[in-house]
Design a protein around this ligand. Structure first.
Ligand code: NAP
Length: 502
Protein backbone atom coordinates (compact mmCIF):
# COMPACT_ATOMS: atom_id res chain seq x y z
CA UNK A 1 0.00 0.00 0.00
CA UNK A 2 1.38 3.43 -0.91
CA UNK A 3 1.62 6.26 1.55
CA UNK A 4 -1.25 8.14 -0.04
CA UNK A 5 -3.45 5.02 0.00
CA UNK A 6 -2.65 4.52 3.65
CA UNK A 7 -3.50 8.13 4.35
CA UNK A 8 -6.74 7.75 2.44
CA UNK A 9 -7.64 4.73 4.52
CA UNK A 10 -6.72 6.71 7.60
CA UNK A 11 -9.13 9.37 6.39
CA UNK A 12 -11.81 6.70 6.33
CA UNK A 13 -11.14 6.15 10.00
CA UNK A 14 -10.34 2.47 9.59
CA UNK A 15 -7.89 1.65 12.39
CA UNK A 16 -4.73 0.29 10.81
CA UNK A 17 -4.27 -2.58 13.26
CA UNK A 18 -7.79 -3.84 12.56
CA UNK A 19 -7.68 -3.56 8.79
CA UNK A 20 -4.31 -5.28 8.62
CA UNK A 21 -2.57 -2.49 6.79
CA UNK A 22 0.66 -0.64 7.61
CA UNK A 23 0.22 2.27 10.02
CA UNK A 24 1.11 5.61 8.48
CA UNK A 25 3.60 7.17 10.86
CA UNK A 26 4.70 10.81 11.00
CA UNK A 27 7.96 11.62 12.77
CA UNK A 28 8.69 15.22 13.64
CA UNK A 29 12.38 16.02 13.46
CA UNK A 30 15.37 14.40 11.75
CA UNK A 31 17.84 14.67 14.61
CA UNK A 32 19.32 11.67 16.37
CA UNK A 33 15.93 10.63 17.81
CA UNK A 34 14.20 10.89 14.44
CA UNK A 35 16.96 8.88 12.79
CA UNK A 36 16.77 6.18 15.49
CA UNK A 37 12.99 6.07 15.08
CA UNK A 38 13.09 5.52 11.31
CA UNK A 39 15.78 2.84 11.51
CA UNK A 40 14.07 0.86 14.27
CA UNK A 41 10.58 1.20 12.81
CA UNK A 42 11.83 -0.04 9.45
CA UNK A 43 13.63 -2.92 11.09
CA UNK A 44 10.38 -3.87 12.84
CA UNK A 45 8.55 -3.80 9.50
CA UNK A 46 6.91 -0.37 9.76
CA UNK A 47 7.87 1.26 6.50
CA UNK A 48 5.14 3.83 5.89
CA UNK A 49 7.09 6.55 7.62
CA UNK A 50 7.35 10.26 6.80
CA UNK A 51 9.80 12.48 8.65
CA UNK A 52 9.18 16.22 8.74
CA UNK A 53 12.33 18.28 9.20
CA UNK A 54 12.14 22.05 9.52
CA UNK A 55 15.57 22.62 7.94
CA UNK A 56 17.44 21.24 4.95
CA UNK A 57 19.64 18.66 6.73
CA UNK A 58 19.42 15.88 9.27
CA UNK A 59 21.36 16.15 12.53
CA UNK A 60 19.22 18.19 14.93
CA UNK A 61 21.28 19.83 17.63
CA UNK A 62 24.53 18.86 15.88
CA UNK A 63 23.39 20.56 12.69
CA UNK A 64 22.12 23.60 14.54
CA UNK A 65 25.17 24.22 16.73
CA UNK A 66 28.34 25.12 14.86
CA UNK A 67 30.14 27.32 17.39
CA UNK A 68 33.94 27.14 17.82
CA UNK A 69 34.98 24.45 20.30
CA UNK A 70 31.71 22.52 19.84
CA UNK A 71 32.17 19.02 21.18
CA UNK A 72 30.32 16.38 23.12
CA UNK A 73 31.31 15.69 26.71
CA UNK A 74 29.76 12.22 26.61
CA UNK A 75 32.29 9.61 25.36
CA UNK A 76 31.92 8.91 21.64
CA UNK A 77 32.02 5.12 22.04
CA UNK A 78 28.72 5.48 23.95
CA UNK A 79 27.41 8.54 22.12
CA UNK A 80 26.67 6.36 19.08
CA UNK A 81 23.77 4.31 17.82
CA UNK A 82 24.11 0.76 19.07
CA UNK A 83 22.99 -0.42 15.64
CA UNK A 84 25.71 1.67 13.96
CA UNK A 85 28.77 1.64 16.20
CA UNK A 86 31.73 3.43 14.69
CA UNK A 87 35.20 1.97 15.06
CA UNK A 88 37.05 5.03 13.82
CA UNK A 89 35.89 7.85 16.06
CA UNK A 90 38.87 10.21 15.97
CA UNK A 91 38.57 11.24 19.65
CA UNK A 92 37.31 9.93 22.96
CA UNK A 93 35.04 13.00 23.07
CA UNK A 94 33.81 13.82 19.58
CA UNK A 95 33.86 17.24 18.03
CA UNK A 96 30.56 18.55 16.69
CA UNK A 97 31.49 18.25 13.02
CA UNK A 98 32.41 14.57 13.46
CA UNK A 99 29.06 13.82 15.12
CA UNK A 100 27.17 15.68 12.39
CA UNK A 101 29.04 13.73 9.70
CA UNK A 102 28.26 10.48 11.55
CA UNK A 103 24.53 11.29 11.79
CA UNK A 104 24.38 12.15 8.08
CA UNK A 105 26.21 8.93 7.22
CA UNK A 106 23.91 6.78 9.37
CA UNK A 107 20.85 8.50 7.86
CA UNK A 108 22.18 7.70 4.41
CA UNK A 109 23.31 4.13 5.16
CA UNK A 110 20.04 3.13 6.84
CA UNK A 111 17.68 4.64 4.29
CA UNK A 112 16.50 7.50 6.51
CA UNK A 113 17.33 10.49 4.30
CA UNK A 114 14.84 9.65 1.55
CA UNK A 115 12.05 9.41 4.14
CA UNK A 116 12.58 13.03 5.15
CA UNK A 117 10.51 15.94 3.89
CA UNK A 118 13.01 18.76 4.36
CA UNK A 119 12.34 22.46 4.98
CA UNK A 120 8.92 21.58 6.33
CA UNK A 121 7.91 22.28 9.92
CA UNK A 122 4.87 20.70 11.51
CA UNK A 123 2.71 23.54 12.77
CA UNK A 124 -0.46 21.77 13.93
CA UNK A 125 -1.42 18.30 15.11
CA UNK A 126 -5.02 17.50 15.92
CA UNK A 127 -6.41 14.17 17.07
CA UNK A 128 -9.63 13.03 15.44
CA UNK A 129 -10.06 9.42 16.59
CA UNK A 130 -8.31 7.29 15.60
CA UNK A 131 -6.04 9.50 13.43
CA UNK A 132 -3.88 12.58 13.67
CA UNK A 133 -4.43 15.51 11.32
CA UNK A 134 -1.18 17.23 10.62
CA UNK A 135 -0.60 20.68 9.09
CA UNK A 136 2.83 21.75 7.83
CA UNK A 137 4.46 25.14 7.36
CA UNK A 138 3.67 25.07 3.62
CA UNK A 139 -0.04 24.78 4.45
CA UNK A 140 -0.36 21.13 3.45
CA UNK A 141 -2.58 18.78 5.44
CA UNK A 142 -1.95 15.07 5.96
CA UNK A 143 -3.52 12.35 8.06
CA UNK A 144 -1.50 9.80 10.01
CA UNK A 145 -2.31 6.88 12.26
CA UNK A 146 0.63 7.49 14.58
CA UNK A 147 2.74 10.54 15.38
CA UNK A 148 6.19 10.43 16.97
CA UNK A 149 7.59 13.72 18.18
CA UNK A 150 11.39 13.64 17.96
CA UNK A 151 11.97 17.37 18.25
CA UNK A 152 14.72 17.29 20.87
CA UNK A 153 14.83 19.14 24.16
CA UNK A 154 17.05 22.18 23.70
CA UNK A 155 16.16 23.65 20.32
CA UNK A 156 14.60 27.03 21.05
CA UNK A 157 17.28 29.63 21.94
CA UNK A 158 16.70 31.57 25.12
CA UNK A 159 17.38 35.23 24.40
CA UNK A 160 18.08 37.13 27.62
CA UNK A 161 15.56 39.73 28.63
CA UNK A 162 18.11 42.51 29.12
CA UNK A 163 17.35 46.18 28.46
CA UNK A 164 18.89 47.48 25.25
CA UNK A 165 19.81 44.11 23.72
CA UNK A 166 18.72 45.38 20.29
CA UNK A 167 20.74 48.58 20.60
CA UNK A 168 24.16 46.89 20.49
CA UNK A 169 25.95 48.01 17.34
CA UNK A 170 28.42 45.16 16.87
CA UNK A 171 27.70 41.58 15.84
CA UNK A 172 25.39 39.90 18.32
CA UNK A 173 24.14 36.31 18.06
CA UNK A 174 23.02 33.31 20.08
CA UNK A 175 25.43 30.36 20.24
CA UNK A 176 22.95 28.14 18.36
CA UNK A 177 22.75 30.74 15.57
CA UNK A 178 26.48 31.30 15.15
CA UNK A 179 27.29 34.05 12.68
CA UNK A 180 30.25 32.67 10.75
CA UNK A 181 30.49 35.89 8.74
CA UNK A 182 31.55 37.75 11.88
CA UNK A 183 35.31 37.73 12.28
CA UNK A 184 36.13 37.56 15.98
CA UNK A 185 39.92 37.40 15.63
CA UNK A 186 41.53 40.45 17.21
CA UNK A 187 38.15 41.75 18.42
CA UNK A 188 36.85 42.68 21.87
CA UNK A 189 34.35 39.88 22.44
CA UNK A 190 31.75 39.58 25.20
CA UNK A 191 29.94 36.39 26.12
CA UNK A 192 26.94 36.21 28.43
CA UNK A 193 26.69 32.91 30.32
CA UNK A 194 29.07 30.33 31.71
CA UNK A 195 27.26 27.05 30.96
CA UNK A 196 28.60 24.08 28.95
CA UNK A 197 28.36 26.01 25.69
CA UNK A 198 30.10 29.17 26.92
CA UNK A 199 32.93 27.16 28.49
CA UNK A 200 33.66 25.41 25.19
CA UNK A 201 33.61 28.71 23.26
CA UNK A 202 35.76 30.62 25.76
CA UNK A 203 38.23 27.72 25.75
CA UNK A 204 38.36 27.78 21.94
CA UNK A 205 38.60 31.48 21.06
CA UNK A 206 40.19 33.41 23.92
CA UNK A 207 43.71 33.07 22.48
CA UNK A 208 42.50 34.55 19.17
CA UNK A 209 40.54 37.59 20.33
CA UNK A 210 42.04 40.80 21.67
CA UNK A 211 39.83 40.85 24.77
CA UNK A 212 37.47 38.19 26.11
CA UNK A 213 34.81 39.50 28.51
CA UNK A 214 32.92 36.70 30.24
CA UNK A 215 29.71 37.80 31.99
CA UNK A 216 28.98 35.30 34.73
CA UNK A 217 25.70 35.38 36.63
CA UNK A 218 26.37 32.20 38.60
CA UNK A 219 29.61 30.18 38.63
CA UNK A 220 29.37 26.58 37.40
CA UNK A 221 31.34 23.53 38.51
CA UNK A 222 33.68 22.09 35.92
CA UNK A 223 35.09 18.59 35.83
CA UNK A 224 38.18 17.98 33.66
CA UNK A 225 37.59 16.44 30.24
CA UNK A 226 40.14 13.65 29.66
CA UNK A 227 40.26 14.10 25.90
CA UNK A 228 42.48 11.83 23.80
CA UNK A 229 42.88 11.24 20.08
CA UNK A 230 42.41 7.57 19.21
CA UNK A 231 45.33 6.07 17.31
CA UNK A 232 44.75 4.51 13.90
CA UNK A 233 46.05 1.21 15.25
CA UNK A 234 43.55 1.16 18.13
CA UNK A 235 40.66 2.02 15.83
CA UNK A 236 41.75 -0.68 13.36
CA UNK A 237 41.69 -3.19 16.19
CA UNK A 238 38.12 -2.17 17.06
CA UNK A 239 37.17 -2.40 13.41
CA UNK A 240 38.61 -5.94 13.18
CA UNK A 241 36.89 -7.05 16.39
CA UNK A 242 33.42 -5.45 16.53
CA UNK A 243 32.72 -7.04 19.92
CA UNK A 244 35.31 -4.58 21.28
CA UNK A 245 33.14 -1.70 20.06
CA UNK A 246 30.19 -3.16 21.95
CA UNK A 247 32.41 -3.67 24.98
CA UNK A 248 33.55 -0.03 24.84
CA UNK A 249 29.91 1.11 24.48
CA UNK A 250 28.86 -0.77 27.62
CA UNK A 251 32.00 0.26 29.49
CA UNK A 252 31.36 3.99 28.97
CA UNK A 253 27.64 3.56 29.64
CA UNK A 254 28.34 1.91 33.01
CA UNK A 255 31.10 4.42 33.80
CA UNK A 256 28.88 7.46 33.31
CA UNK A 257 25.80 5.90 34.87
CA UNK A 258 27.54 4.63 38.01
CA UNK A 259 29.53 7.80 38.64
CA UNK A 260 28.18 11.16 37.44
CA UNK A 261 24.61 10.01 37.09
CA UNK A 262 24.59 8.04 40.34
CA UNK A 263 25.76 11.15 42.20
CA UNK A 264 22.64 13.06 41.20
CA UNK A 265 20.21 10.43 42.47
CA UNK A 266 21.55 9.65 45.90
CA UNK A 267 25.08 8.21 45.75
CA UNK A 268 26.69 10.44 48.38
CA UNK A 269 30.14 8.91 47.96
CA UNK A 270 30.15 9.75 44.25
CA UNK A 271 28.81 13.22 44.98
CA UNK A 272 31.69 13.91 47.39
CA UNK A 273 34.20 12.50 44.91
CA UNK A 274 32.88 14.72 42.11
CA UNK A 275 32.85 17.77 44.39
CA UNK A 276 36.50 17.10 45.27
CA UNK A 277 37.45 16.52 41.63
CA UNK A 278 35.90 19.84 40.63
CA UNK A 279 37.53 21.76 43.48
CA UNK A 280 40.92 20.28 42.57
CA UNK A 281 40.38 21.05 38.89
CA UNK A 282 39.68 24.69 39.74
CA UNK A 283 42.64 24.93 42.13
CA UNK A 284 45.10 23.30 39.72
CA UNK A 285 44.12 25.47 36.77
CA UNK A 286 43.37 28.90 38.21
CA UNK A 287 46.47 30.12 40.08
CA UNK A 288 44.98 33.50 41.07
CA UNK A 289 43.09 32.99 44.38
CA UNK A 290 40.84 36.04 43.82
CA UNK A 291 39.75 34.79 40.40
CA UNK A 292 39.35 31.30 41.85
CA UNK A 293 37.05 32.62 44.56
CA UNK A 294 34.83 34.30 41.97
CA UNK A 295 34.68 31.07 39.96
CA UNK A 296 33.70 28.96 42.96
CA UNK A 297 30.02 27.97 43.07
CA UNK A 298 28.11 27.99 46.34
CA UNK A 299 26.21 24.78 45.55
CA UNK A 300 26.96 21.09 45.02
CA UNK A 301 28.59 19.89 41.82
CA UNK A 302 25.96 17.96 39.76
CA UNK A 303 23.20 20.32 40.97
CA UNK A 304 23.33 22.07 37.62
CA UNK A 305 24.29 19.89 34.68
CA UNK A 306 27.95 19.13 35.32
CA UNK A 307 30.27 20.72 32.77
CA UNK A 308 33.22 18.73 31.47
CA UNK A 309 35.78 21.13 30.10
CA UNK A 310 39.54 21.40 30.51
CA UNK A 311 40.02 24.53 28.40
CA UNK A 312 37.92 27.08 30.25
CA UNK A 313 40.06 27.70 33.35
CA UNK A 314 43.34 28.18 31.43
CA UNK A 315 41.48 30.50 29.04
CA UNK A 316 39.84 32.64 31.74
CA UNK A 317 43.25 32.92 33.45
CA UNK A 318 44.84 34.52 30.36
CA UNK A 319 45.77 38.21 30.58
CA UNK A 320 43.27 39.14 27.82
CA UNK A 321 40.35 37.45 29.63
CA UNK A 322 38.09 39.31 32.05
CA UNK A 323 35.55 37.63 34.30
CA UNK A 324 32.73 40.03 35.08
CA UNK A 325 30.53 39.08 38.00
CA UNK A 326 28.71 42.37 38.52
CA UNK A 327 25.12 42.07 37.30
CA UNK A 328 24.35 43.30 33.81
CA UNK A 329 22.09 46.36 33.99
CA UNK A 330 21.88 47.30 30.35
CA UNK A 331 23.22 46.65 26.89
CA UNK A 332 24.22 49.77 24.99
CA UNK A 333 25.43 50.53 21.48
CA UNK A 334 29.09 50.20 22.56
CA UNK A 335 28.87 47.30 24.99
CA UNK A 336 27.49 46.06 28.30
CA UNK A 337 26.95 48.19 31.38
CA UNK A 338 27.13 46.48 34.76
CA UNK A 339 25.74 47.33 38.19
CA UNK A 340 29.01 49.01 39.23
CA UNK A 341 28.31 51.60 36.48
CA UNK A 342 31.12 50.39 34.24
CA UNK A 343 30.67 50.13 30.46
CA UNK A 344 32.49 47.09 29.04
CA UNK A 345 33.18 48.12 25.45
CA UNK A 346 32.77 45.32 22.93
CA UNK A 347 32.96 44.70 19.19
CA UNK A 348 30.93 41.48 19.31
CA UNK A 349 28.52 39.91 21.76
CA UNK A 350 27.77 36.19 22.08
CA UNK A 351 24.62 35.07 23.87
CA UNK A 352 25.47 31.74 25.54
CA UNK A 353 22.24 31.96 27.50
CA UNK A 354 20.89 28.49 26.86
CA UNK A 355 17.51 27.31 25.66
CA UNK A 356 13.84 27.22 26.48
CA UNK A 357 13.77 23.74 27.97
CA UNK A 358 9.96 23.59 28.09
CA UNK A 359 9.55 23.88 24.30
CA UNK A 360 9.32 20.15 23.66
CA UNK A 361 7.05 19.96 20.64
CA UNK A 362 6.82 23.68 19.91
CA UNK A 363 6.27 25.35 17.53
CA UNK A 364 3.70 22.64 16.69
CA UNK A 365 0.36 23.12 18.41
CA UNK A 366 -0.86 19.74 19.58
CA UNK A 367 -4.56 19.18 20.27
CA UNK A 368 -5.62 15.89 21.82
CA UNK A 369 -8.95 14.34 22.77
CA UNK A 370 -11.78 16.75 23.62
CA UNK A 371 -9.85 19.66 22.10
CA UNK A 372 -7.24 19.72 24.88
CA UNK A 373 -4.26 21.89 23.91
CA UNK A 374 -0.98 20.34 25.05
CA UNK A 375 0.84 23.60 25.82
CA UNK A 376 -2.11 24.89 27.83
CA UNK A 377 -2.25 21.62 29.73
CA UNK A 378 1.48 21.70 30.44
CA UNK A 379 1.48 25.40 31.33
CA UNK A 380 5.27 25.67 31.38
CA UNK A 381 5.71 22.49 33.46
CA UNK A 382 5.74 19.65 30.92
CA UNK A 383 5.12 16.13 32.21
CA UNK A 384 4.64 12.79 30.52
CA UNK A 385 4.10 9.14 31.27
CA UNK A 386 7.55 7.53 31.26
CA UNK A 387 8.71 10.50 29.19
CA UNK A 388 7.01 9.12 26.07
CA UNK A 389 3.21 9.18 26.41
CA UNK A 390 0.32 11.38 27.52
CA UNK A 391 -3.22 10.62 28.65
CA UNK A 392 -5.71 12.10 26.19
CA UNK A 393 -3.21 11.98 23.32
CA UNK A 394 -3.67 8.49 21.82
CA UNK A 395 -1.14 7.16 19.33
CA UNK A 396 1.08 10.18 20.03
CA UNK A 397 4.56 9.37 21.26
CA UNK A 398 7.51 11.48 22.31
CA UNK A 399 11.19 10.63 22.10
CA UNK A 400 13.18 12.66 24.68
CA UNK A 401 9.93 13.93 26.14
CA UNK A 402 9.62 15.56 29.59
CA UNK A 403 11.01 13.85 32.74
CA UNK A 404 13.33 11.53 30.85
CA UNK A 405 16.87 10.83 31.98
CA UNK A 406 19.04 13.60 30.56
CA UNK A 407 22.14 15.28 31.98
CA UNK A 408 25.53 13.61 31.61
CA UNK A 409 24.16 10.67 29.64
CA UNK A 410 24.11 9.58 26.01
CA UNK A 411 20.82 10.90 24.69
CA UNK A 412 21.33 8.69 21.65
CA UNK A 413 21.13 5.66 23.95
CA UNK A 414 18.04 7.00 25.74
CA UNK A 415 16.33 7.72 22.40
CA UNK A 416 17.03 4.21 21.16
CA UNK A 417 15.38 2.66 24.21
CA UNK A 418 12.37 4.95 23.92
CA UNK A 419 11.94 4.04 20.26
CA UNK A 420 12.11 0.34 21.17
CA UNK A 421 9.30 0.97 23.67
CA UNK A 422 7.19 2.72 21.01
CA UNK A 423 7.80 -0.14 18.58
CA UNK A 424 6.59 -2.57 21.28
CA UNK A 425 3.42 -0.49 21.57
CA UNK A 426 2.82 -0.70 17.82
CA UNK A 427 3.46 -4.45 17.86
CA UNK A 428 0.95 -4.76 20.69
CA UNK A 429 -1.62 -2.74 18.74
CA UNK A 430 -1.09 -5.00 15.76
CA UNK A 431 -1.31 -8.22 17.78
CA UNK A 432 -4.46 -7.13 19.63
CA UNK A 433 -6.12 -5.31 16.71
CA UNK A 434 -6.31 -2.06 18.66
CA UNK A 435 -7.61 1.20 17.27
CA UNK A 436 -5.67 3.36 19.69
CA UNK A 437 -3.47 3.27 22.74
CA UNK A 438 -3.07 6.05 25.30
CA UNK A 439 -1.62 6.35 28.78
CA UNK A 440 -4.20 5.98 31.55
CA UNK A 441 -4.71 9.13 33.58
CA UNK A 442 -4.28 7.12 36.79
CA UNK A 443 -0.98 5.61 35.60
CA UNK A 444 0.27 9.05 34.58
CA UNK A 445 -0.82 10.60 37.90
CA UNK A 446 0.75 7.81 39.99
CA UNK A 447 3.98 7.91 38.00
CA UNK A 448 4.30 11.67 38.25
CA UNK A 449 3.37 11.72 41.94
CA UNK A 450 6.12 9.17 42.64
CA UNK A 451 8.52 11.27 40.58
CA UNK A 452 7.55 14.41 42.47
CA UNK A 453 8.48 12.67 45.74
CA UNK A 454 11.70 11.11 44.45
CA UNK A 455 12.98 14.30 42.85
CA UNK A 456 13.19 15.89 46.32
CA UNK A 457 16.10 13.56 47.12
CA UNK A 458 18.18 14.38 44.05
CA UNK A 459 21.05 16.85 43.97
CA UNK A 460 19.11 18.89 41.39
CA UNK A 461 16.60 19.71 44.13
CA UNK A 462 18.83 19.64 47.22
CA UNK A 463 22.07 21.00 45.75
CA UNK A 464 21.19 24.69 46.20
CA UNK A 465 21.04 25.92 42.62
CA UNK A 466 18.66 26.65 39.78
CA UNK A 467 19.14 25.70 36.13
CA UNK A 468 17.31 24.85 32.94
CA UNK A 469 16.38 21.58 34.63
CA UNK A 470 13.74 23.50 36.65
CA UNK A 471 10.35 24.11 35.06
CA UNK A 472 7.85 26.88 35.72
CA UNK A 473 6.51 25.03 38.76
CA UNK A 474 9.97 25.20 40.34
CA UNK A 475 10.64 21.45 40.11
CA UNK A 476 13.51 19.80 38.20
CA UNK A 477 12.04 18.15 35.11
CA UNK A 478 14.15 15.00 35.14
CA UNK A 479 14.03 11.29 35.84
CA UNK A 480 14.77 11.03 39.58
CA UNK A 481 15.82 7.38 39.75
CA UNK A 482 18.76 5.42 38.36
CA UNK A 483 18.88 5.71 34.57
CA UNK A 484 19.30 1.94 34.19
CA UNK A 485 15.89 1.49 35.84
CA UNK A 486 14.47 3.70 33.15
CA UNK A 487 16.13 1.72 30.38
CA UNK A 488 14.79 -1.49 31.92
CA UNK A 489 11.26 -0.04 32.00
CA UNK A 490 11.61 0.83 28.32
CA UNK A 491 12.47 -2.79 27.57
CA UNK A 492 9.47 -4.13 29.46
CA UNK A 493 6.33 -2.12 28.67
CA UNK A 494 3.50 -2.58 31.16
CA UNK A 495 0.38 -2.46 29.00
CA UNK A 496 -1.84 -2.20 32.08
CA UNK A 497 -0.71 1.44 32.26
CA UNK A 498 -2.49 2.10 28.97
CA UNK A 499 -6.03 2.29 27.64
CA UNK A 500 -6.11 -0.33 24.92
CA UNK A 501 -8.91 0.93 22.70
CA UNK A 502 -10.55 -1.55 20.32
P1 NAP B 1 22.88 26.76 30.10
O1 NAP B 1 23.56 25.63 30.73
O2 NAP B 1 21.43 26.93 30.36
O3 NAP B 1 23.67 28.05 30.51
C1 NAP B 1 23.16 29.33 30.23
C2 NAP B 1 24.08 30.35 30.86
O4 NAP B 1 23.57 31.64 30.57
C3 NAP B 1 24.14 30.24 32.37
O5 NAP B 1 25.42 30.57 32.79
C4 NAP B 1 23.12 31.28 32.82
O6 NAP B 1 23.36 31.77 34.11
C5 NAP B 1 23.36 32.34 31.78
N1 NAP B 1 22.22 33.23 31.59
C6 NAP B 1 21.00 32.92 31.09
N2 NAP B 1 20.22 34.01 31.05
C7 NAP B 1 20.97 35.04 31.51
C8 NAP B 1 20.73 36.42 31.71
N3 NAP B 1 19.54 36.96 31.44
N4 NAP B 1 21.73 37.18 32.23
C9 NAP B 1 22.92 36.61 32.52
N5 NAP B 1 23.23 35.33 32.35
C10 NAP B 1 22.25 34.54 31.86
O7 NAP B 1 23.03 26.74 28.48
P2 NAP B 1 24.16 26.05 27.59
O8 NAP B 1 25.50 26.37 28.10
O9 NAP B 1 23.83 26.38 26.19
O10 NAP B 1 23.95 24.53 27.84
C11 NAP B 1 22.65 23.97 27.81
C12 NAP B 1 22.75 22.48 27.81
O11 NAP B 1 23.15 22.03 26.53
C13 NAP B 1 23.79 21.90 28.75
O12 NAP B 1 23.37 21.88 30.08
C14 NAP B 1 23.94 20.53 28.15
O13 NAP B 1 22.88 19.70 28.53
C15 NAP B 1 23.83 20.83 26.66
N6 NAP B 1 25.20 20.97 26.12
C16 NAP B 1 25.93 19.83 26.08
C17 NAP B 1 27.21 19.89 25.61
C18 NAP B 1 27.98 18.62 25.57
O14 NAP B 1 29.18 18.65 25.50
N7 NAP B 1 27.33 17.46 25.62
C19 NAP B 1 27.76 21.08 25.20
C20 NAP B 1 27.00 22.23 25.25
C21 NAP B 1 25.70 22.16 25.74
P3 NAP B 1 22.80 31.02 35.42
O15 NAP B 1 23.66 29.82 35.60
O16 NAP B 1 22.90 32.03 36.47
O17 NAP B 1 21.37 30.65 35.09
Amino acid sequence: MTTSEAHETATNNAPWAQSGRQPSIAIIGAGMSGIAAVVKLQKAGYTDVTVYEKTDRVGGTWRENTYPGLSCDVPSRWYSFYFALKADWPHRYSYGADIQAYLEQVAEDFGVTHKVTFNTAVTELTYDAPCWHLVTSDGKQEIFDVVISATGILHQPNYPDIDGLDSFQGACFHTARWDHASELKGQRVGIIGTGSTACQIVGAITDQVSEMHVFQRTPHWLSPLPQIAYSTGWNRLLSAFPFMQRLAYHYYCRLMVHTFSAATVGNKFMQRLINKTCVKHLKDNVPDPALRARLTPAYDATCKRLIFCSDFYPAISRPNAHLITDAITQIEAQGIRTADGKLHELDALILATGFNAAAFVLPARVTGENGVDLETQWDGAPRAHRAVALPGFPNFWMVEGPTGPVGNLSLIAISEHQVDYIVSMLDHMKAEGLAAIAAKQTAYDDYNAAMGEAIKNTTWATGGCTSWYFDKSGVPNLYPWKPLHYLKSMRNPDYSEYHLIK
